[in-house]
Ligand binder design. Structure first.
Ligand code: NAP
Length: 489
């Protein structure tokens, strides 16, 4: 069992806030976490610790900072099964998906570890004679990192690892729903040799602890993943104090099926993208756009496959979809099912709870046909296993539908045509484009993020994700010998 509570200046502490009591979403009789949460004073102590540790941490050579991350990756590998099981009990996703998430986070620790050897600027020619010109990357300072519950291990990894290797110190607030999986990461980094004060985790409410971290003048770089209303507020607070900010927020990702698509693969893509992690991924397929010529056949196959999905406790290896995360999310999902019915969409699969799955937040994967661009189910993020189906007759119409929402995170196209695939890659308004594979997924070495109302600021992951936590200095060195004239710039 990992530590419960916060980790401030190298010590595990509990706060004076209200008692946090988290239940297993697949078994409401099981209390997964119970501890008093942190208050604003704890966040202030964490920020002070991070500020104090920064001069020491930024002076540690970047390859050595990276080696601590590489050691953390190795330790995490030895705890993979334990972390994944805890993640399933805390968040609900099935164990195979939880293991996949833990591995993705480990990859990120490994990748960022290696970046310690590559962190650097450029050498460029100068206009002036006898002048060396270059850029230097330096850490910004204390990073405020705020993460959501749906990727409670990998999302903290892909923010904290780049911040640390860049030389920033960190004040991290995990989502209130999933503090224990986050604790595992902190424990592992501590065991890997991270000095006290370099990483601080404060477990408390977004409204109090989150706001304190975001508004404090010392957190000069902020990285947030979560909902649009919270992200917009954070972006505003960051702008007020002129901090560097990245926010990754909601999605309404479309998967387009062209008439020449391999329909079996397309169905697999919709099931994996739409109902994997109970639809609670920012990159989840929540809109299926299908050509009229193949719609009847595709929906027949899709409804059969969806109805056959086994919903149950994620620790049961036969379960194919776990519960949704909590009562609030269940309420949101059920209310969108009612909204879709009232708007006249046709329910073709699911639409109700899975009673046989046990005492948890189990919802059947749900599909509505007949969605138009004016429907709320077409436009608004549900963040649950609820899919809206629309039809189209031309490629141009499909792209117009796909791009007709405010979000722009991910997208997928199924086709056998290279020409259509290339056009889609050019035309789709999204940060990620997948061809003949589901809309989900990201890799440590590749930048991840969205456009439009999904994302503001730099991309996460990859080299870009590390660079976000740095600022550039441009350097001129004039090496004219004394007595020679040097050019006045
Ligand atoms: P959320 O409610 O916005 O919460 C995200 C984080 O912000 C949590 O740690 C939350 O703390 C904290 N928070 C809440 N209010 C705050 C405030 N006033 N100041 C500072 N922090 C505050 O989002 P969620 O429900 O956890 O996550 C679901 C959303 O995340 C979806 O919209 C999904 O699309 C998005 N998401 C996006 C991506 C992406 O890469 N684009 C990836 C994953 C998820 P508490 O938990 O204590 O409330």
């Amino acid at each position: 069992m990992p530590h419960q509570g916060s980790y401030i200046n190298g010590a595990w502490v509990t706060g004076a806030g209200k008692v946090q009591r988290n239940l297993n979403p697949a078994d409401l009789a099981e209390v997964v976490a119970e501890f008093p949460t942190a208050r604003s004073a704890d966040a202030l102590a964490a920020i002070a610790a991070a500020e104090a540790a920064w001069p020491m941490w930024k002076a540690v050579p970047a390859p050595e900072r990276g080696r601590i991350l590489a050691r953390a990756a190795a330790i995490a590998r030895t705890r993979l099964d334990e972390i994944a099981t805890l993640l399933t009990r805390e968040e609900g996703k099935i164990l195979a998906e939880a293991k996949g998430e833990v591995i993705k986070g480990i990859n990120c620790l490994d990748f960022c570890g290696g970046q310690g050897y590559r962190l650097g600027g450029k050498v460029l020619p100068s206009e002036a004679v006898d002048t060396a010109a270059s850029t230097l990357r330096q850490p910004i300072g204390v990073a405020g990192i705020i993460t959501p519950w749906n990727f409670p291990w990998s999302n903290p990894c892909w923010k904290i690892a780049p911040a640390l290797v860049a030389g920033c110190t960190v004040v991290f607030k995990p989502a209130s729903a999933t503090p224990l999986t986050a604790s595992c990461l902190v424990e592992i980094l501590e065991e890997a040799g991270l000095p006290a004060g370099v990483l601080n985790m404060v477990v408390g409410s977004g409204a109090e602890v989150g706001e304190t971290i975001v508004t404090h003048p010392a957190t000069k770089v902020l990285s947030f993943t979560g909902s649009n209303p919270v992200g917009a507020r954070l972006y505003e607070s960051g702008a007020r104090k002129l901090a560097k900010v990245t926010c990754e927020m909601g999605g309404k990702n479309a998967l387009i099926v062209m008439p020449d698509a391999d329909l079996e693969r397309a169905v697999e893509g919709v099931i994996g993208g739409g109902f994997g992690s109970s639809g609670q991924r920012c990159t989840a397929t929540s809109r299926l756009l299908v050509h009229v010529d193949v719609k009847a056949r595709l929906l027949e196959m899709l409804v059969a496959a969806t109805s056959a999905l086994k919903v149950g406790n994620g620790l049961d290896p036969t379960s194919q979809m776990g519960p949704v995360v909590d009562q609030d999310q269940l309420h949101t999902d059920l209310s969108y099912i009612e909204i879709a019915k009232h708007e006249g969409l046709k329910l073709i699969a699911g639409g109700s709870m899975e009673a046989s799955a046990g005492n948890g937040y189990f919802l059947r994967p749900t599909i509505f046909d007949g969605a138009k661009a004016t429907h709320r189910l077409f436009q608004e993020e549900v963040f649950g296993p609820v899919l809206a189906v629309s039809e189209f007759t031309t490629y141009e119409e499909a792209i117009e539908l796909a791009n007709g929402v405010v979000f722009g995170l991910s997208s997928a196209l199924y086709t056998q045509s290279l020409v259509t695939a290339q056009r889609f890659i050019q035309d789709i308004h999204a940060g990620m484009a997948h061809v003949n594979e589901p809309s989900i997924g990201g890799e440590a070495q590749l930048p991840f993020g969205g456009v439009g109302c999904t994302g503001v600021g730099d991309r996460e992951m990859g080299e870009e994700g590390v660079n976000f936590f740095t600022q550039l200095k441009t350097v001129f060195i004039n090496y004219a010998r004394s007595g020679e004239r040097s050019m006045c710039r």
